[in-house]
Ligand binder design. Structure first.
Ligand code: AMP
Length: 283
Protein backbone atom coordinates (compact mmCIF):
# COMPACT_ATOMS: atom_id res chain seq x y z
CA UNK A 1 0.00 0.00 0.00
CA UNK A 2 1.47 3.33 -1.06
CA UNK A 3 1.24 6.34 1.24
CA UNK A 4 1.25 9.71 -0.51
CA UNK A 5 1.64 12.83 1.57
CA UNK A 6 1.60 15.63 -1.00
CA UNK A 7 -0.84 16.45 -3.75
CA UNK A 8 1.90 16.37 -6.39
CA UNK A 9 2.99 12.86 -5.31
CA UNK A 10 -0.64 11.75 -5.32
CA UNK A 11 -1.32 13.26 -8.74
CA UNK A 12 1.79 11.65 -10.23
CA UNK A 13 0.74 8.30 -8.75
CA UNK A 14 -2.68 8.59 -10.38
CA UNK A 15 -1.27 9.73 -13.72
CA UNK A 16 1.05 6.72 -13.74
CA UNK A 17 -1.92 4.42 -13.10
CA UNK A 18 -3.81 6.10 -15.95
CA UNK A 19 -0.88 5.58 -18.31
CA UNK A 20 -1.00 1.90 -17.38
CA UNK A 21 -4.74 1.99 -18.29
CA UNK A 22 -5.66 1.17 -14.70
CA UNK A 23 -8.96 2.41 -13.28
CA UNK A 24 -9.12 4.21 -9.93
CA UNK A 25 -11.82 3.97 -7.28
CA UNK A 26 -11.72 6.63 -4.57
CA UNK A 27 -13.13 6.81 -1.03
CA UNK A 28 -12.72 10.20 0.68
CA UNK A 29 -12.80 10.28 4.50
CA UNK A 30 -11.77 12.37 7.48
CA UNK A 31 -10.14 9.34 9.11
CA UNK A 32 -10.71 7.63 12.48
CA UNK A 33 -12.04 4.81 10.37
CA UNK A 34 -14.82 2.47 11.47
CA UNK A 35 -16.77 -0.30 9.75
CA UNK A 36 -18.89 2.28 7.89
CA UNK A 37 -15.76 3.53 6.11
CA UNK A 38 -14.50 -0.04 5.64
CA UNK A 39 -17.80 -1.00 3.98
CA UNK A 40 -17.24 1.77 1.39
CA UNK A 41 -13.71 0.48 0.75
CA UNK A 42 -15.04 -3.05 0.37
CA UNK A 43 -17.74 -1.85 -1.98
CA UNK A 44 -15.22 0.06 -4.08
CA UNK A 45 -12.46 -2.56 -4.16
CA UNK A 46 -13.94 -4.84 -6.87
CA UNK A 47 -15.11 -1.90 -9.02
CA UNK A 48 -11.67 -0.76 -10.22
CA UNK A 49 -8.05 -1.90 -10.62
CA UNK A 50 -6.90 0.36 -7.79
CA UNK A 51 -8.46 1.78 -4.62
CA UNK A 52 -7.45 5.13 -3.16
CA UNK A 53 -8.42 6.26 0.34
CA UNK A 54 -7.96 9.86 1.43
CA UNK A 55 -7.77 10.94 5.06
CA UNK A 56 -8.13 14.69 5.41
CA UNK A 57 -9.96 16.65 8.10
CA UNK A 58 -11.15 19.44 5.85
CA UNK A 59 -11.12 22.78 7.71
CA UNK A 60 -13.34 24.41 5.06
CA UNK A 61 -16.35 22.32 6.10
CA UNK A 62 -16.20 23.17 9.81
CA UNK A 63 -17.94 26.23 11.24
CA UNK A 64 -16.25 28.43 13.86
CA UNK A 65 -17.82 26.65 16.86
CA UNK A 66 -17.52 23.13 15.55
CA UNK A 67 -15.12 20.29 16.41
CA UNK A 68 -12.29 20.82 13.90
CA UNK A 69 -9.61 20.97 16.61
CA UNK A 70 -10.88 17.99 18.56
CA UNK A 71 -11.79 15.74 15.61
CA UNK A 72 -10.57 12.23 16.57
CA UNK A 73 -7.57 10.72 14.80
CA UNK A 74 -5.75 7.38 14.82
CA UNK A 75 -3.65 7.11 11.68
CA UNK A 76 -1.95 3.82 12.64
CA UNK A 77 -5.28 2.08 13.07
CA UNK A 78 -6.63 3.71 9.87
CA UNK A 79 -3.66 2.42 7.88
CA UNK A 80 -4.11 -1.10 9.30
CA UNK A 81 -7.81 -1.12 8.36
CA UNK A 82 -6.99 0.27 4.91
CA UNK A 83 -4.40 -2.45 4.28
CA UNK A 84 -6.87 -5.12 5.34
CA UNK A 85 -9.53 -3.70 3.02
CA UNK A 86 -7.18 -3.89 0.02
CA UNK A 87 -6.47 -0.16 -0.40
CA UNK A 88 -3.78 0.48 -3.02
CA UNK A 89 -2.87 4.03 -1.98
CA UNK A 90 -3.63 6.34 0.94
CA UNK A 91 -3.56 10.10 0.42
CA UNK A 92 -2.68 11.98 3.62
CA UNK A 93 -2.32 15.62 2.62
CA UNK A 94 -1.44 18.55 4.87
CA UNK A 95 -3.92 21.40 5.19
CA UNK A 96 -1.57 23.97 3.68
CA UNK A 97 -0.99 21.73 0.65
CA UNK A 98 -4.74 21.60 -0.05
CA UNK A 99 -5.37 25.24 0.91
CA UNK A 100 -2.18 27.21 0.24
CA UNK A 101 -1.95 30.83 1.31
CA UNK A 102 -4.10 33.09 -0.87
CA UNK A 103 -6.53 30.29 -1.75
CA UNK A 104 -9.61 32.10 -3.11
CA UNK A 105 -12.09 29.88 -4.88
CA UNK A 106 -15.52 28.93 -3.51
CA UNK A 107 -18.09 26.50 -4.86
CA UNK A 108 -21.67 27.31 -3.86
CA UNK A 109 -24.70 25.25 -4.75
CA UNK A 110 -27.96 27.09 -4.93
CA UNK A 111 -30.67 25.09 -3.20
CA UNK A 112 -29.57 21.64 -1.99
CA UNK A 113 -27.54 23.13 0.90
CA UNK A 114 -30.53 25.19 2.09
CA UNK A 115 -32.16 22.15 3.67
CA UNK A 116 -31.46 19.72 6.53
CA UNK A 117 -27.90 20.08 7.91
CA UNK A 118 -27.18 23.14 5.77
CA UNK A 119 -29.54 25.21 7.92
CA UNK A 120 -27.46 24.86 11.05
CA UNK A 121 -24.12 24.39 9.23
CA UNK A 122 -24.26 27.21 6.67
CA UNK A 123 -20.74 26.88 5.20
CA UNK A 124 -20.45 23.11 5.56
CA UNK A 125 -21.47 21.99 2.07
CA UNK A 126 -19.49 24.72 0.29
CA UNK A 127 -16.48 23.29 2.13
CA UNK A 128 -17.42 19.76 1.10
CA UNK A 129 -17.91 20.80 -2.54
CA UNK A 130 -14.54 22.51 -2.82
CA UNK A 131 -12.55 19.74 -1.16
CA UNK A 132 -14.23 16.94 -3.11
CA UNK A 133 -13.66 18.79 -6.39
CA UNK A 134 -10.01 19.31 -5.51
CA UNK A 135 -9.56 15.68 -4.43
CA UNK A 136 -11.17 14.52 -7.68
CA UNK A 137 -8.78 16.70 -9.69
CA UNK A 138 -5.77 15.42 -7.77
CA UNK A 139 -6.74 11.72 -7.68
CA UNK A 140 -8.49 11.43 -11.10
CA UNK A 141 -10.90 8.68 -10.03
CA UNK A 142 -13.20 6.78 -12.37
CA UNK A 143 -15.54 5.93 -9.49
CA UNK A 144 -16.01 7.50 -6.05
CA UNK A 145 -17.91 5.92 -3.15
CA UNK A 146 -19.87 7.94 -0.58
CA UNK A 147 -22.05 6.81 2.34
CA UNK A 148 -25.80 7.34 2.48
CA UNK A 149 -25.29 8.20 6.15
CA UNK A 150 -24.47 11.69 4.83
CA UNK A 151 -27.38 11.68 2.41
CA UNK A 152 -27.40 15.42 1.75
CA UNK A 153 -23.67 15.32 0.99
CA UNK A 154 -24.26 12.47 -1.47
CA UNK A 155 -26.97 14.44 -3.30
CA UNK A 156 -24.74 17.52 -3.41
CA UNK A 157 -21.85 15.53 -4.88
CA UNK A 158 -24.18 14.05 -7.51
CA UNK A 159 -25.35 17.55 -8.43
CA UNK A 160 -21.76 18.79 -8.56
CA UNK A 161 -20.91 16.03 -11.06
CA UNK A 162 -23.77 17.16 -13.31
CA UNK A 163 -23.15 20.90 -12.96
CA UNK A 164 -19.38 20.72 -13.49
CA UNK A 165 -19.54 17.99 -16.18
CA UNK A 166 -17.30 15.74 -14.14
CA UNK A 167 -17.16 12.24 -15.57
CA UNK A 168 -16.92 10.29 -12.31
CA UNK A 169 -19.41 7.61 -11.34
CA UNK A 170 -20.78 8.18 -7.85
CA UNK A 171 -21.60 5.00 -5.95
CA UNK A 172 -23.60 5.05 -2.69
CA UNK A 173 -22.92 2.78 0.29
CA UNK A 174 -25.63 1.86 2.78
CA UNK A 175 -25.56 3.03 6.41
CA UNK A 176 -23.58 0.68 8.66
CA UNK A 177 -24.86 0.50 12.23
CA UNK A 178 -23.76 -0.74 15.63
CA UNK A 179 -25.65 -3.81 16.95
CA UNK A 180 -28.16 -1.57 18.75
CA UNK A 181 -28.88 0.44 15.60
CA UNK A 182 -26.73 3.54 16.24
CA UNK A 183 -25.26 4.64 12.90
CA UNK A 184 -21.47 4.32 13.03
CA UNK A 185 -19.68 7.66 13.13
CA UNK A 186 -16.22 8.85 14.10
CA UNK A 187 -18.02 11.31 16.40
CA UNK A 188 -19.54 8.45 18.44
CA UNK A 189 -16.12 8.41 20.15
CA UNK A 190 -17.08 11.67 21.92
CA UNK A 191 -20.07 10.08 23.70
CA UNK A 192 -20.01 9.18 27.40
CA UNK A 193 -21.67 5.93 28.45
CA UNK A 194 -24.94 7.65 29.34
CA UNK A 195 -24.87 9.78 26.16
CA UNK A 196 -24.33 6.58 24.18
CA UNK A 197 -27.70 5.36 25.53
CA UNK A 198 -29.38 8.63 24.50
CA UNK A 199 -27.78 8.32 21.04
CA UNK A 200 -29.82 5.20 20.36
CA UNK A 201 -32.93 7.38 20.31
CA UNK A 202 -32.10 8.51 16.76
CA UNK A 203 -32.40 5.06 15.22
CA UNK A 204 -35.30 4.12 17.47
CA UNK A 205 -37.18 7.23 16.39
CA UNK A 206 -36.69 6.27 12.73
CA UNK A 207 -38.27 2.91 13.52
CA UNK A 208 -41.10 4.63 15.35
CA UNK A 209 -41.78 6.65 12.19
CA UNK A 210 -41.73 3.50 10.06
CA UNK A 211 -44.33 1.91 12.34
CA UNK A 212 -46.60 4.96 12.20
CA UNK A 213 -46.34 5.06 8.41
CA UNK A 214 -47.02 1.31 8.16
CA UNK A 215 -50.20 1.95 10.19
CA UNK A 216 -51.30 4.50 7.60
CA UNK A 217 -50.11 7.84 9.01
CA UNK A 218 -49.30 10.21 6.12
CA UNK A 219 -48.92 13.54 7.98
CA UNK A 220 -45.25 14.48 8.50
CA UNK A 221 -46.14 16.89 11.32
CA UNK A 222 -47.93 14.23 13.36
CA UNK A 223 -45.00 11.82 13.06
CA UNK A 224 -42.38 14.49 13.71
CA UNK A 225 -44.15 15.47 16.97
CA UNK A 226 -44.07 11.88 18.22
CA UNK A 227 -40.44 11.40 17.18
CA UNK A 228 -39.44 14.67 18.85
CA UNK A 229 -41.11 13.83 22.14
CA UNK A 230 -39.58 10.33 22.04
CA UNK A 231 -36.06 11.73 21.51
CA UNK A 232 -36.53 14.49 24.07
CA UNK A 233 -37.39 11.80 26.64
CA UNK A 234 -33.68 10.84 26.67
CA UNK A 235 -31.18 12.88 28.76
CA UNK A 236 -28.88 15.46 27.12
CA UNK A 237 -30.70 15.46 23.77
CA UNK A 238 -31.33 18.65 21.80
CA UNK A 239 -33.16 18.26 18.53
CA UNK A 240 -31.72 20.09 15.51
CA UNK A 241 -34.20 18.89 12.90
CA UNK A 242 -36.48 16.08 11.81
CA UNK A 243 -37.52 16.32 8.17
CA UNK A 244 -39.56 14.31 5.73
CA UNK A 245 -38.31 15.41 2.35
CA UNK A 246 -38.09 14.61 -1.32
CA UNK A 247 -35.09 12.26 -1.80
CA UNK A 248 -33.93 14.27 -4.85
CA UNK A 249 -34.57 17.93 -4.02
CA UNK A 250 -34.50 17.57 -0.20
CA UNK A 251 -37.52 19.88 -0.02
CA UNK A 252 -39.99 19.13 2.76
CA UNK A 253 -43.02 17.11 1.68
CA UNK A 254 -46.46 17.86 3.12
CA UNK A 255 -47.75 14.31 2.82
CA UNK A 256 -46.10 10.88 2.88
CA UNK A 257 -47.53 9.23 -0.22
CA UNK A 258 -44.38 8.50 -2.23
CA UNK A 259 -40.91 7.34 -1.18
CA UNK A 260 -39.43 9.96 1.16
CA UNK A 261 -36.20 10.64 2.94
CA UNK A 262 -36.63 10.93 6.71
CA UNK A 263 -33.56 12.74 8.03
CA UNK A 264 -32.72 13.75 11.59
CA UNK A 265 -29.99 15.58 13.48
CA UNK A 266 -29.74 15.61 17.24
CA UNK A 267 -27.15 17.00 19.62
CA UNK A 268 -26.27 14.62 22.43
CA UNK A 269 -24.40 16.84 24.87
CA UNK A 270 -21.96 18.64 22.57
CA UNK A 271 -21.92 15.90 19.92
CA UNK A 272 -24.07 16.41 16.85
CA UNK A 273 -25.29 13.13 15.33
CA UNK A 274 -27.23 12.53 12.12
CA UNK A 275 -29.19 9.60 10.76
CA UNK A 276 -31.71 8.96 8.01
CA UNK A 277 -33.91 6.40 6.31
CA UNK A 278 -35.47 6.13 2.88
CA UNK A 279 -39.08 5.11 3.44
CA UNK A 280 -41.45 3.82 0.82
CA UNK A 281 -45.00 4.06 2.25
CA UNK A 282 -46.28 1.48 -0.26
CA UNK A 283 -44.14 -1.23 1.32
P1 AMP B 1 -16.35 11.00 7.20
O1 AMP B 1 -15.02 10.41 7.53
O2 AMP B 1 -17.28 11.10 8.35
O3 AMP B 1 -16.22 12.27 6.39
O4 AMP B 1 -17.04 9.96 6.21
C1 AMP B 1 -16.41 9.51 5.04
C2 AMP B 1 -17.39 8.70 4.24
O5 AMP B 1 -17.85 7.60 5.03
C3 AMP B 1 -18.64 9.50 3.84
O6 AMP B 1 -19.00 9.16 2.51
C4 AMP B 1 -19.66 9.03 4.84
O7 AMP B 1 -20.99 9.12 4.35
C5 AMP B 1 -19.26 7.59 5.02
N1 AMP B 1 -19.77 7.05 6.29
C6 AMP B 1 -19.65 7.59 7.51
N2 AMP B 1 -20.32 6.85 8.43
C7 AMP B 1 -20.88 5.82 7.75
C8 AMP B 1 -21.70 4.71 8.12
N3 AMP B 1 -22.09 4.51 9.37
N4 AMP B 1 -22.10 3.87 7.14
C9 AMP B 1 -21.73 4.05 5.86
N5 AMP B 1 -20.95 5.08 5.44
C10 AMP B 1 -20.54 5.95 6.36
Amino acid sequence: MDILKTKSEMHEWSKTRKKESKTICFVPTMGYLHQGHVSLLEKGRPLCDTLVLSIFVNPAQFGPNEDLDSYPSNIENDLALARKAGVTAVFLPRKDDIYPENFQTEIKLQSLPDHLCGKSRPIHFDGVAIVVTKLFNIILPDIAVFGQKDYQQLQIIRQLMLDLDLDIEIVAGEIIREKDGLAMSSRNAYLSESQRVSARSLFKSLNLARELIARGETRPGAIIRQMASFIQGFPETALDYISFCDPQTLEDVDSIKHPVLLAIAVKIGKTRLIDNALIDPSQ
